[in-house]
Design a protein around this ligand. Sequence first.
Ligand code: AMP
Ligand code: MG
Length: 320
Amino acid sequence: MEIGTDIKRAANYLNDGDVVAIPTETVYGLAASILSEKGIQKIYQLKGRPNNNPLIVHVASIEEISKWVEVWPEKAKILADAFMPGPITLVLPKSNKIPHYVTSGQDTVGIRVPNHPLFVELLKSLPAPLAAPSANPSNATSATQAKHVVSYFKNKDLPYVLDGGACTNGLESTIVGFEKNEVVIYRVGAITIEQIERWVGKVKRATTKKHTLTPGMFTRHYAPKTPLIMTDDLDAYTKQYPEAHVAILYTGKKKKSSNAKITYINLSESDNLEEVGQKLYATLLALDEQSYDALLIQPFPSTDLGITLNDRLTRATAKK
Ligand code: AMP
Ligand code: MG
């Protein structure tokens, strides 16, 4: 496995039908050309991803989207103009130029215009869009730095990691669908529901049951190996398990521990949830390398990015 910033090298592998890890503003991805069935199958195999979980298709510009979708509802256009390039994925009826092996047989495609400069430059140099899910084994915490991808896939057949630095959002894209003129949020993400509602009015949130084909919504996902506990009452936990070595993730004014068993990890001194988003996965992955008995965190207020952070934490804490 090679790691570097060589777009031509990455493009060569992709043009050969192989898989390359790519940086985005959300999380790192494992990419293959939508025209390479072999490459797409290799993504599923590398991740251990179930075949019924479709991949997001990435294109270099909003104009490109029109080539790959059949219908562009008015509200989808509004959201594209408002948030693209950026961390939003639109689920639209696919054109028949997108092979079914990319969409797990569905007639819709999740499509997105990323805003990471290296990734956009790579897309512009290629003859077709790239399909890419997050660059982590299925259900594990997403990678937000090249070194996370390396540690996940170092013993696997992944030839190249395009290193674009740390992801600026650090949280997955918001996935939005359109059902009978209604805007439906399939997965909350880096663009908040409030931001979306400012452009298209009230939206609906999909329930897991009804949208079984959006496994970003599977209960267990984004999970570190160390048990992660989300609770309002941190004291109750530390009192109940006084022998446990725990790390407490928090925001706000710096805290110092007077108890050798408890380590405090600050995610943002200024309570900035964007900063928390940027750091969350990298912090969980780093803590996973240490031998804590548990990681503790309080839920965030349930508005704006707090909704996304709580969603990811809930899935990362859910029992198998
Ligand atoms: P990942 O790239 O690992 O974050 O996963 C991508 C997410 O996008 C998964 O949860 C997919 O189920 C979802 N997705 C991709 N395409 C579609 C689609 N056509 N309809 C609904 N969800 C989709
Ligand atoms: Mg994922």
